[in-house]
Design a protein around this ligand. Structure first.
Ligand SMILES: C[S@@+](CC[C@H](N)C(=O)[O-])C[C@H]1O[C@@H](n2cnc3c(N)ncnc32)[C@H](O)[C@@H]1O
Length: 280
């Protein structure tokens, strides 16, 4: 089907294209009657736009699609929990791509800021409707200019869903350190992939349509995170803390993900004095 705006077929470059890949898989899972993630906006978008999803990415594999949806669902839960605590808080989505989380979780009062590369922001503006209280900022998360757009006095949740693995390790450290220094009250939620996952992705043959996931320069094992909390600098203040995304949905679908295991399965709680840290 041609693009709704009559523009030529989409041909994004490598990093923005990953946003189409996740969208495609989320939508594939959302079509299932037993879906783990209701995402009508993603389904409608995939049906509407002029992009050769199947030719480029191949048929969506159910396990991969479910994994993407579970990851999105875990981030949704973090957002929903945050908005329950801070209904007028601000959710900052780094590397937002074509994530349709706003439509899954918005409470009608929160503010949203999406940050992505200029090409990805242009893609989002072209394909998704403008959303109330949602702003977009074009630029790399690595130049930290987006921090000027955020009020450190606000209740803040920063998400980085499917993003940090595409950055250089030094960029990840600098980003986290800048957030810790400038947004000491914020919570930062991200996912990470272990070393072997990148090796697997690099070794994988190109899809028939020519798609190959971009390199993932930042990988980290859950053991190293647990063993050495300094792996990612958390900043000096105790109130600012880091959460490593946990796929700990309490049902058998989560176990499917656990056994598949490409994401680090741990959660780090804020370390309050006198309160034991829980992991798992
Ligand atoms: C795998 S997609 C994930 C998109 C979305 N978060 C989701 O889960 O569907 C990765 C996203 O990160 C963005 N990205 C990659 N490097 C970036 C950077 N340096 N600054 C901002 N965004 C970046 C890409 O453009 C893309 O939209």
């Amino acid at each position: 089907m041609p693009a709704p705006d009559g523009q030529p077929e989409l041909a994004p470059s490598a990093l923005p294209e990953t946003a189409l890949w996740t969208l495609y898989h989320r939508a594939a899972e959302a079509r299932r009657p037993d879906t783990v993630l209701r995402d009508p906006q993603a389904v409608a978008l995939v049906d509407r736009i002029d992009f050769p999803f199947v030719d480029r990415f191949g048929p969506a594999q159910p396990t991969v699609a479910r994994l993407q949806a579970l990851r999105a669902g875990v981030f949704d839960r973090e957002v929903t929990d945050f908005l329950t605590r801070s209904p007028r808080g601000t959710v900052v989505c780094l590397g937002e791509g074509l994530e349709t989380q706003y439509w899954r979780t918005d409470n009608g009062r929160a503010r949203w800021l999406g940050v992505d590369l200029p090409e990805a922001v242009a893609l989002r503006e072209r394909l998704l409707p403008a959303a109330p209280r949602h702003r977009l900022l074009a630029g790399s998360v690595t130049d930290h200019a987006w921090l000027d757009e955020v009020d450190p006095g606000d209740d803040l949740l920063i998400t980085a869903e499917g993003l940090l693995m595409y950055l250089q390790p030094t960029e990840v450290r600098a980003l986290v350190a800048a957030c810790a220094a400038r947004l000491p009250r914020a919570t930062f939620v991200f996912d990470a992939v272990p070393h072997w996952f990148n090796r697997l992705a690099e070794a994988a043959a190109k899809r028939p349509g020519g798609y190959q996931p971009p390199r993932m320069p930042w990988t980290i094992g859950s053991r190293s995170l647990l063993a050495d909390p300094r792996t990612v600098p958390l900043g000096a203040r105790r109130t600012w803390f880091l959460r490593v995304l946990a796929l700990d949905l309490p049902d058998r679908r989560a176990r499917l993900v656990r056994s598949f295991g490409p994401l680090d399965l741990l959660r780090r709680r804020p370390a309050h004095p006198g309160r034991p840290r829980r992991q798992g």
